[in-house]
Write a protein that binds this ligand. Structure first.
Ligand SMILES: [Zn+2]
Length: 294
């Protein structure tokens, strides 16, 4: 097991048109002054160059320019506004028909050598809908927005950076992990505020609408002081629990997190205390819903 298998995977991806060769950028990550990652701008330019921008936009094969995708994108934001009216994309500066929504996604996977690897990617919430939608052929899609569940994730997830676990596990507070996240978040922030010029005309703005991942990733990446990791392991524990929820103070000595009533004591502590000592890059840098912030 090792690089041989990974080379084979790489060749299979290339054969099926799933491999991009975007220009790489380099930044300081841990001991490495030139750690490679893909800037969001470089990803967008490469997708346009090879005729695959529609995979990122998610409105069908015909919607590969802003002119064609514009009405569908405007429709998406009109719906999104109902649940997230405080998002900074609605501040009146950006033309919503040029804004493509994306989720950041972090995950700790396993390499072929069975070691850990942290991977960061992005994807649009828009796509072919669900299997029960019966939307018909993707190439004559109407350009109306649908969810992104049908089809294979290999085609709609775009890698931005990766880091071997052995390169950050021995550091205090996973420093190299946060350095890589910061590089990627900054490049998404640039693409969302300045936009990326397209050859076919206009500027495409890639707008973050969320940071996805499992709880270990979310707790680490957001530098949460209060998370599931603090759940007491024994009925009586020497050190008082500092809290198990990033939204409220459940788990603290005064606030039993196992209270199952419809008015638990921790309810009044929602938003009472910020859940981090140092704010992570997501809310510090990226556009987000200010009304959802506690
Ligand atoms: Zn809570």
């Amino acid at each position: 097991m090792g690089f041989a298998e990974e080379n084979i995977v790489s060749r299979v991806f290339a054969r099926h048109g799933l491999r991009l060769d975007p220009e790489l950028s380099y930044g300081q990550v841990g001991h490495d002054p030139k750690h490679p990652y893909v800037k969001v701008e470089s990803l967008i330019k490469t997708l346009e160059k090879v005729g695959k921008l529609h995979k990122l936009i998610g409105l069908g094969e015909a919607c590969d320019t802003l002119q064609k995708a514009g009405p569908g994108l405007a429709k998406f934001w009109e719906s999104f506004r109902h649940s997230n009216s405080g998002h900074e994309v609605f501040n009146g500066i950006l033309d919503l028909s040029c804004c493509v929504p994306v989720y950041l996604h972090g995950d700790e996977g396993t390499t072929y050598k069975r070691d850990g690897v942290f991977v960061m990617s992005l994807h649009t919430p828009l796509g072919r809908g669900t299997l029960s939608n019966k939307l018909g052929r993707w190439d004559d899609s109407s350009g109306d927005p649908h969810t992104n569940f049908a089809g294979h994730s290999f085609e709609t997830r775009f890698l931005l950076g990766a880091l071997l676990r052995e390169d950050y596990r021995d550091w205090d507070d996973n420093e190299p992990f946060h350095e890589l996240v910061e590089l990627i978040v900054k490049s998404l922030d640039d693409a969302s505020r300045a936009g990326v010029p397209l050859v076919t005309g206009g500027r495409l703005f890639l707008i973050p609408i969320g940071n996805k991942g499992d709880w270990p990733y979310l707790a680490t990446s957001a530098k949460l002081n209060r998370s599931y990791r603090n759940v007491p392991r024994a009925a009586t524990s020497a050190a008082p629990c500092t809290g198990i929820c990033h939204l409220c103070l459940a788990g603290r000595p005064m606030f039993d997190f196992e209270q199952m009533s419809d008015a638990p004591d921790f309810l009044d502590t929602m938003g009472a205390e910020i859940p981090w000592t140092t704010e992570a890059s997501f809310t510090r840098l990226l556009m987000h819903d200010r009304l959802a912030q506690v």
